[in-house]
Design a protein around this ligand. Structure first.
Ligand code: SR1
Ligand code: MG
Length: 402
């Protein structure tokens, strides 16, 4: 069958034909629920009492929010489905299960996570997730360590990297994370009330040099298989559990990019509470929780990574004194730098985050956006001076009082 975009009805007909998914007498209904930038997402449910439900995710041959003037490879659906299957092997239960993949239709049939909510939404409501840091820190350590040269043979790793070559999606990141937000590009879209701060960023050559260096590492450092877009809209949570979704940007890149994405999005939320939470005590308490979460995510990642290194490293230099510490410090510096870039792109660039966008009053929103830009710049500029996660937290706390 050649590619065509499915209608809701065609999705139901397709679901019926997948062996062992639904019983013959299932009463299936389908609804297109995608609200992301790129794809169609269908929720298909057996309406009978206790009937099960599934998700169809279909890539479109263009960027959904822009239209067919911006073509985009369908191969991203293969990358996503293979990344989900691999992530589930490396860190069982951390991602939705893939039931079926159709290459021609660029269609992934996967577990429905209706009991979970998008983490970003919960964070705006000041919800707390007691297991999140442990679960995401473990996910990061296992998926990054186990796909790197530290754990795989060089041949096996390079073959894996080749199968996850993802040039078009990487190019979106190169442009929309590292380039356009730092130049006066027509794709940028920012609150007019922060124009002066944005223009100072555009004329800050020291900052632009550091962003250029981070971009170059993103383009050349194939350390591990990344998720590639690990923001809090790609994380689904319940009070107890965490699932990572949407790895269509997966490719071999610097480990710090994924860790930085998690940190950036916790900190964008931190900044957004300047607008969402007028009561200073409530705001500071929640911001303190977010900083503790940033710190714990890193600590869990580091502890798990050290254990994996001790137990499973294949690299002959792994036992060389100082190598593990130096490796982790480089990852931390990268994570800080990438977090900074990602914070700034979500304020200045094309794709914003609902955390800040849902602040209706532009002046109040500007307060949160300015704080995000301030933290973002510090993370990029000061990353070379960091010696541990406590330094990152101090840097953020210092930005908040400026
Ligand atoms: C034009 S696509 C913009 C963004 O959407 C995705 O979620 C990625 O973050 C990408 O950079
Ligand atoms: Mg996505």
């Amino acid at each position: 069958m050649s590619y065509r975009t499915l209608t809701e009805q065609e999705a139901v007909e397709y679901a019926r034909k997948i062996p062992n998914l639904f019983p013959q007498d299932a009463r299936l209904v389908s609804r297109e629920i995608g609200d992301g930038n790129l794809n169609f997402v269908f929720h298909i449910k057996d309406e009978r009492p206790s009937g099960k439900s599934i998700i169809f995710k279909q890539a479109l041959p263009y960027v959904r929010v822009i239209g067919d003037s911006w073509p985009l490879t369908l191969d991203r659906a293969r990358i996503e489905s293979e990344a989900l299957i691999l992530e589930n092997e490396l860190c069982p239960g951390s991602v939705p299960r893939v039931y079926h993949y159709d290459t021609d239709l660029a269609l992934i049939v996967m577990e429905d996570l209706s009991d979970y909510e998008i983490m970003r939404k919960g964070l705006v409501e000041r919800k707390r997730y007691p297991n999140f840091a442990k679960q995401i820190g473990t996910f990061l350590a296992r998926t990054l360590f186990l796909t790197s040269d530290l754990a795989m043979s060089p041949l096996e790793k390079k073959r894996k990297a080749a199968s996850f070559t993802n040039p078009e999606l990487c190019n979106i990141t190169e442009n929309f994370v590292f380039t356009y937000p730092f130049l006066d590009d027509p794709s940028n879209a920012y609150n007019p009330l922060i124009t002066n701060t944005v223009q100072r960023i555009w004329s800050n050559d020291e900052l632009k040099l550091e962003v250029a260096r981070l971009k170059e590492r993103f383009m050349t450092l194939g350390q591990a298989l990344l998720h590639g877009d690990l923001h809090t809209g790609s994380i689904m949570v319940t009070e107890q559990d965490t699932k990572v979704i949407d790895p269509e940007f997966a490719y071999y890149g610097p480990m710090g990019f994924d860790i930085g994405a998690v940190i950036a999005n916790l900190l964008l939320n931190y900044a957004a509470h300047e607008g969402h939470t007028p009561d200073p005590q409530e705001r500071e308490a929640y911001q303190a929780y977010l900083l503790e979460t940033v710190s714990e995510v890193w600590r869990v990642f580091e502890t798990e990574f050290r254990t994996l290194w001790e137990e499973q490293a294949q690299e002959p230099y792994a036992k060389t004194p100082g190598y593990l510490d130096a490796y982790l410090l480089d990852v931390l510096k990268d994570a800080a730098g990438y977090a900074g870039c990602k914070m700034m792109r979500r304020v200045i660039g094309l794709a914003h985050v609902p955390d800040l966008e849902s602040i209706a009053d532009p002046a109040l929103r500007a307060k949160g956006e300015t704080l995000a830009l301030c933290i973002g710049q510090e993370l990029v500029l000061q990353r070379g001076t960091l010696s541990g996660i406590d330094d990152v937290i101090k840097l953020i706390a210092a930005s908040a009082v400026q």
